[in-house]
Design a protein around this ligand. Structure first.
Ligand code: ATP
Ligand code: MG
Length: 566
C-alpha cells in the first residue's frame, strides 16, 4: 500500500455484513457492540476494535453499543468505566442511549442458567478447581465425566438456588454446562458457567455471591441486546462453538453471529492490560496516561489526535491472521495530521547564548513569521529579535567535521525569518572548556533571510530572543521498551527487563517564543526543526510543560519510499 493513498478497503467483515444485508439476514439491521471489561484503561488495540465496531455500524446505518463486560468484580473499578467512556468519546464515537452493563443482566442470566438446568443441560459440580482441571483431559486425551454430572434436575435447581442464597463457601461448587467431556474442543468439555465468589461488585454491591463466567455471559448479553454481528479477537475462535451452543439451547431475543479478527500488536510496546496495570502499579510509568503508555489516555496526553488514531486503524486493516504493526506507521499518521494543522513556532531545547555584537543594545524588532506553510489561512505572527538570542547547542560546533554546515567559527548561517549571522568569537569556560557563549555579527541587508548580493548559506537555524523568550520544560520520549517485541522474553527474564531506561528525558531550561504564553494543555505545535509538541496538563501559567509527540524524522515514509523504489 502506498502511504499517501487509501480508500476504505474492503475487508472480510465488511463483506460478511454486505452479504447479510443482501440476504436480509437480520431484517437489514446491523447492531455491533464494543464490550470492554472495566479492569484497565483502553489501549491502542482497543482503538482498533472501537473503530471497527462503531465504523461498521455507522457505514451501515446501524448502531453500536458500549457494553461493560463487568462479570469479574475482583479486578473491576468505576475509575475504569469512566476512563473508557471518556476515551471512546474522545476517539469520536457515540453510543447514544446504548450504554449497557453485563451486570444489568445478572438476573436474566441467572434465569437462563435455570432454563439450562431444567432442560438437563447444566449441573452443579462439587469437584475442586484442581479436580475440574484434572478431569478436563488434554488436547490428545478425552476428559472424564464428573461424578456429579448426573444429578437430578430437582437437586440441581435446589443446589443452584442455594449457591445464589450464599449457603456454600467460595469455590466449593460451580454450575457447569453439560455438553461433551470427549469433545476435541476443550471449551466444550462441560465448561463452568457460574462460580461462587464473595466479592462486592462495583455496581451490584453484595447482591450476588455467584457470578457468571465470560463464555456464558457474553453470548447471552449479545443476544439480549439483539446484537447482529459480535466481533471479537482471534483467540475466541475456539470458543465460537460454545457461543453458539448457548444460543442453540436457549430462547433469546436475538441470534448474534460471532466473527473473529486479528488483534493489533505494535512494536516496542506491550498491549496486555495485566502488563499495563503492572507498569502503573509498580511505578515504571507515572500512570495510565503516561505519554509513553500505549493507552488512549497516554496517546492523548502525548499529543496524538483522534484523527491520527482513526486513520491508523483504517490503514492497518482487518485480517484473520495475527501480525505486529510497526509503531513508525502510527507516528507517520500523527505527523500527517499535525503537519496540516499544527502552528509552527520556535523553541530552543538546549540553549546556547549568541551575542550579536553589531546589533544595537536595547533594540527589539519584530520579525514576521509564517504560522503554517501548509495552511495559508493560518496567517503570520510577529516574533521579537534582539541583540542576545539563543540557538540550539548542537547547532554550533567549534571544530566542525566535514558535513556539519551549521554555525562554526567564521561560518555564516541564516536565522529563520531573520538575518544572516556570522560567528566571530567563542567564549569558553577556562577550566572545563565548555562553550559559554558565541559572538556573531549580523548583516542588516539580509533581513527576511536572503542576501542582496546573492551569497548563500548552507543552514537555517531556529532561535529565540533571550530577553523576550519564556522558560519551559520539555519532555522527550523514546520507546518504552528497547526490544521490538518485549513479550518475547528470553530465559529467566520478564518483559520488565526490556524497559528502556532512556524512554524519558526532561529538559527544564528550554526557551520558547513569547507567542506561546497563552498556550493551554492539549494545544499542539510544531517546534521548527524539532518535532510536534503538545502542552501537558502539568503546565502552569508560570512555566509551560511540553511533551514531544513525535519528532519530524519520518522513518515510516522512508521505509515506504525504499519499498516503492524497489
Ligand atoms: P487484555 O487481553 O489486554 O486484557 P481484553 O481483550 O481482555 O484485553 P477487553 O476489555 O475484553 O480486553 O477488550 C474489549 C474488546 O477489545 C474485545 O472485544 C477485544 O476483542 C478487543 N481488543 C482487545 N485487545 C485488542 C487488540 N490488541 N486488538 C484488537 N482488539 C482488541
Ligand atoms: Mg477480555
Amino acid at each position: 500500500m502506498s502511504i499517501n493513498e487509501y480508500t476504505p478497503a474492503p475487508n472480510f467483515i465488511r463483506s460478511i455484513i454486505a452479504e447479510d444485508l443482501r440476504t436480509n439476514k437480520n431484517d437489514g439491521r446491523v447492531i455491533t457492540r464494543f464490550p470492554p471489561e472495566p479492569n484497565g484503561y483502553l489501549h491502542i488495540g482497543h482503538a482498533k476494535s472501537i473503530c471497527l465496531n462503531f465504523g461498521l455500524a455507522a457505514e451501515n446505518k446501524g448502531r453500536c453499543h458500549l457494553r461493560f463486560d463487568d462479570t469479574n468484580p475482583t479486578k473491576e473499578d468505576v475509575e475504569y468505566t469512566e476512563s473508557i467512556q471518556r476515551d471512546v468519546k474522545w476517539l469520536g464515537f457515540d453510543w447514544g442511549e446504548h450504554l449497557y452493563y453485563a451486570s444489568d443482566y445478572f438476573e436474566q442470566l441467572y434465569q437462563y442458567a435455570v432454563e439450562l438446568i431444567k432442560a438437563g443441560k447444566a449441573y452443579v459440580c462439587d469437584l475442586t478447581p484442581d479436580e475440574v482441571r484434572a478431569y478436563r483431559g488434554t488436547l490428545t486425551e478425552p476428559g472424564k465425566e464428573s461424578p456429579y454430572r448426573n444429578r437430578s434436575v430437582e437437586e440441581n435447581l435446589d443446589l443452584f438456588a442455594r449457591m445464589r442464597a450464599g449457603e456454600f463457601p467460595d469455590g466449593s461448587r460451580v454450575l457447569r454446562a453439560k455438553i461433551d467431556m470427549a469433545s476435541p474442543n476443550l471449551n466444550m468439555r462441560d465448561p463452568v458457567i457460574y462460580r461462587i465468589l464473595r466479592v462486592p461488585h462495583h455496581r451490584t454491591g453484595d447482591k450476588w455471591c455467584i457470578y457468571p463466567m465470560y463464555d456464558f455471559a457474553h453470548p447471552l448479553s449479545d443476544a439480549i441486546e439483539e446484537i447482529t454481528h459480535s466481533i471479537c479477537t482471534l483467540e475466541f475462535e475456539d470458543h465460537r462453538p460454545l457461543y453458539d451452543w448457548f444460543l442453540d439451547q436457549l430462547e433469546t431475543p436475538g441470534r448474534p453471529q460471532q466473527i473473529e479478527f486479528a488483534r493489533l500488536n505494535l512494536t516496542y510496546t506491550v498491549m496486555s492490560k495485566r502488563k499495563l496495570l503492572q507498569l502503573v502499579k509498580e511505578g515504571h510509568v507515572t500512570g495510565w496516561d503516561d505519554p509513553r503508555m500505549p493507552t488512549i489516555a497516554g496517546f492523548r496526553r502525548r499529543g496524538y489526535t483522534p484523527e491520527a488514531i482513526r486513520d491508523f486503524c483504517e490503514r492497518i486493516g482487518v485480517a484473520k491472521s495475527n501480525s505486529t504493526v510497526d509503531i513508525a506507521l502510527l507516528e507517520h499518521c500523527l505527523r500527517e495530521d499535525l503537519n496540516k494543522r499544527a502552528p509552527r513556532v520556535m523553541a530552543v531545547l538546549r540553549p546556547l547564548k549568541v551575542v550579536i555584537d553589531n546589533y544595537p543594545a536595547g533594540q527589539v524588532e519584530e520579525l514576521e513569521a509564517v504560522n503554517n506553510p501548509e495552511d495559508p489561512q493560518a496567517g503570520t505572527r510577529k516574533i521579537p529579535f534582539s541583540k542576545v538570542i539563543y540557538i540550539e547547542r548542537d547547532d554550533f560546533m567549534e571544530d566542525p567535521p566535514k558535513k556539519f554546515y551549521r554555525l562554526a567559527p567564521g561560518r555564516e548561517v541564516r536565522l529563520r525569518y531573520g538575518y544572516f549571522i556570522k560567528c566571530t568569537e567563542v567564549v569558553k569556560d577556562e577550566k572545563t572548556g565548555e562553550v559559554l557563549e558565541v559572538h556573531c555579527t549580523y548583516d542588516p541587508a539580509t533581513r527576511g533571510g536572503s542576501a542582496p548580493d546573492g551569497r548563500k548559506v548552507k543552514a537555517t537555524l531556529h532561535w529565540v530572543s533571550a530577553e523576550e523568550s519564556l522558560e519551559a520544560e520539555v519532555r522527550l520520549y523514546d520507546h518504552l521498551f528497547n526490544r521490538e517485541n518485549p513479550d518475547d522474553v528470553e530465559e529467566g527474564k520478564t518483559f520488565l527487563d526490556y524497559l528502556n531506561p532512556n524512554s524519558l528525558e526532561v529538559l527544564t531550561s528550554c526557551r520558547i517564543e513569547p507567542s506561546l504564553a497563552t498556550a493551554r494543555p492539549g494545544d499542539k505545535f510544531q517546534f521548527e526543526r524539532l518535532g510536534y509538541f503538545c502542552v501537558d496538563p502539568d503546565s502552569t501559567p508560570e512555566k509551560l510543560v511540553f511533551n514531544r509527540s513525535v519528532s519530524l524524522r519520518d522513518t515510516w515514509a522512508k521505509i515506504a519510499q525504499q519499498q516503492t523504489e524497489g
